[in-house]
Design a binder for this molecule. Structure first.
Ligand SMILES: Cc1cc2nc3c(=O)[nH]c(=O)nc-3n(C[C@H](O)[C@H](O)[C@H](O)COP(=O)(O)OP(=O)(O)OC[C@H]3O[C@@H](n4cnc5c(N)ncnc54)[C@H](O)[C@@H]3O)c2cc1C
Length: 427
């Protein structure tokens, strides 16, 4: 039975063994894992630092993530949100537009998904997990973790300052940017991506009827191909608008977040036009140095999900998809392990998960060095190759039948060279 220490500073040695799995964080990764495990009859406890609903960035989903949501039985919960449907990405640069339609993709599976306000989306997912029997402690922070192959433990602190020690059978760290285990166990390693900053907000906006709301719009700064924009339409006259770039460049654009955001938006003709009368309904928020990686995604009695493990870059909206995919894979293994089966977390979780992340990484690198921009803005790209790229951008980064997955870097090089990029064929 759970106990609470009378002295907030001295965790009790009494244990709570009333759970099979403790999940740290109730974002998409944590909620999906909790829903899956609770559905399978396991005793799940989720510890979440915030009270929900709470704002989160990461609003444009990829079709691939509908698969883990479906497997977890969470599609009804998602559909009940009546979110803006999404089926592709539109790009704009120097007044030229181009579109990737996910229906053209080579990989079979979902072509449609949603653009979601995360406060609502995350709340729906965690409520669905609660409805399946997961216990969720909001406004409670995981302060430390004691890894152990058989009986790992955590110390948690609630908002009144009371601490408690929980023992369990397995810990899933889905703490996102909190990175609980990476920090505590010193697992962090260089993410091998330039540190960048994002400035973003939600706006009230009237988009013309000819604006395709079912696509995320990505813009490229006219003089700086490393600086790019997003516009993610939600339903009912709102959208998420952000700009991402090198931190020094963003800082040089104004004296504060609001003036920088506005000056940078005004610098891109299509975004300036669309947002001329748009009104921010949240303060402009800055987020810097969000890329992260860890030396390993699992250890004795624990595994790391979603952003608590690795996060690359927002440019292809891969974050929530990787988070849900990692939760899907880990819970499948955990169910077997809890049933007494032997599981190899390296070959069955870490390696296959990282393979898809590596595909996204190749695309992110090619975006920032210009190769992918050359390919995307090419007037008459080879149709079949564009369909393969569409599959990756739709999130099917684990489909080894796609040459842009099995040999991402080489294929991107060759195609960039074909499209006339000077760095194409470099590797
Ligand atoms: C600028 C930017 C734009 C992005 N745009 C997109 C996009 O369009 N599409 C997309 O798919 N992804 C996007 N992402 C990525 C996306 O935000 C994340 O990948 C996604 O939210 C990860 O989900 P998660 O479940 O791993 O973690 P999170 O959603 O971060 O959830 C983690 C939860 O853990 C809780 N927590 C943290 N520490 C503790 C603790 N010590 N104890 C208890 N609870 C704790 C937090 O309160 C939080 O609720 C973007 C990222 C950035 C930086």
């Amino acid at each position: 039975m759970a106990t609470t220490t009378p002295d907030a500073k001295t965790p009790t040695s009494a244990s709570d063994v009333a759970s099979d799995v403790v999940v740290i964080g109730a974002g998409p990764a944590g909620a999906l894992a909790a829903a899956r495990l609770a559905t399978a009859g396991h005793r799940v406890r989720v510890i979440e630092r915030e009270r929900f609903p709470r704002f989160s960035i990461g609003e444009s989903l990829l079709p691939q993530c509908m698969e883990p949501l479906e497997r977890a039985g969470l599609l009804d919960a998602v559909r009940a949100g009546h979110y803006q449907p999404k089926n592709g990405a539109a790009f704009t640069r120097h007044g030229l537009g181009t579109v990737i339609d996910f229906h053209d993709k080579t990989t079979p599976g979902w072509s449609d998904t949603f653009q979601v306000e995360r406060a609502d989306f995350d709340q729906r997912l965690i409520e669905a997990a609660q409805a399946r029997g997961a216990r969720v402690d909001f406004a409670t922070t995981v302060e430390s973790v004691e890894p152990d192959a058989h009986r790992p433990a955590l110390t948690i602190r609630d908002e009144t300052g009371h601490t408690q020690r929980l023992e369990t059978r397995f810990i899933l760290d889905a703490s996102g940017y909190g990175r609980v285990l990476a920090r505590q166990l010193g697992l962090a390693r260089d993410p091998r991506l330039e540190p960048r900053t994002a400035l973003f907000t939600h706006v009230e906006i009237l988009l013309d009827d000819d604006f395709d709301r079912e696509k995320i719009l990505i813009g490229v700064h006219p003089n700086d191909p490393q600086l790019w924009y997003w516009l993610i339409p939600f339903r009912e006259g709102r959208a998420s608008v952000g700009v991402v770039g090198d931190t020094a460049t963003l800082e040089a654009a104004g004296n504060d977040a609001e003036s920088r955001w506005r000056a940078l938006i005004d610098a891109e003709p299509r975004f300036a036009e669309l947002l001329a009368d748009a009104r921010p309904v949240r303060p402009i928020q800055a987020l810097a140095g969000y890329s992260a990686d860890v030396e390993r995604l699992h250890g004795p009695g624990y595994a790391l999900l979603g952003n608590a493990g690795e996060f690359l870059d927002p440019v292809f909206s891969s974050g929530v998809t990787i988070a849900l995919r990692s939760a899907d894979m880990a819970t499948t293994l955990l169910e077997r392990q809890l049933a007494g089966e032997r599981v190899d977390w390296d070959t069955e979780f870490e390696d296959p998960l990282r393979a898809g992340v590596a595909t996204f990484r190749a695309f992110v690198d090619a975006w920032y060095d210009g190769r992918l921009q050359t390919i995307i803005f090419q007037r008459d790209p080879p149709a079949e190759l564009r369909r393969m790229i569409s599959a990756v951008l739709a999130g099917y980064a684990w489909d080894r039948d796609n040459p842009f997955v099995s040999a991402s870097r080489r294929r991107l090089d060759v195609l960039a060279e074909l499209c006339g990029h000077p760095m194409g064929g470099a590797s």
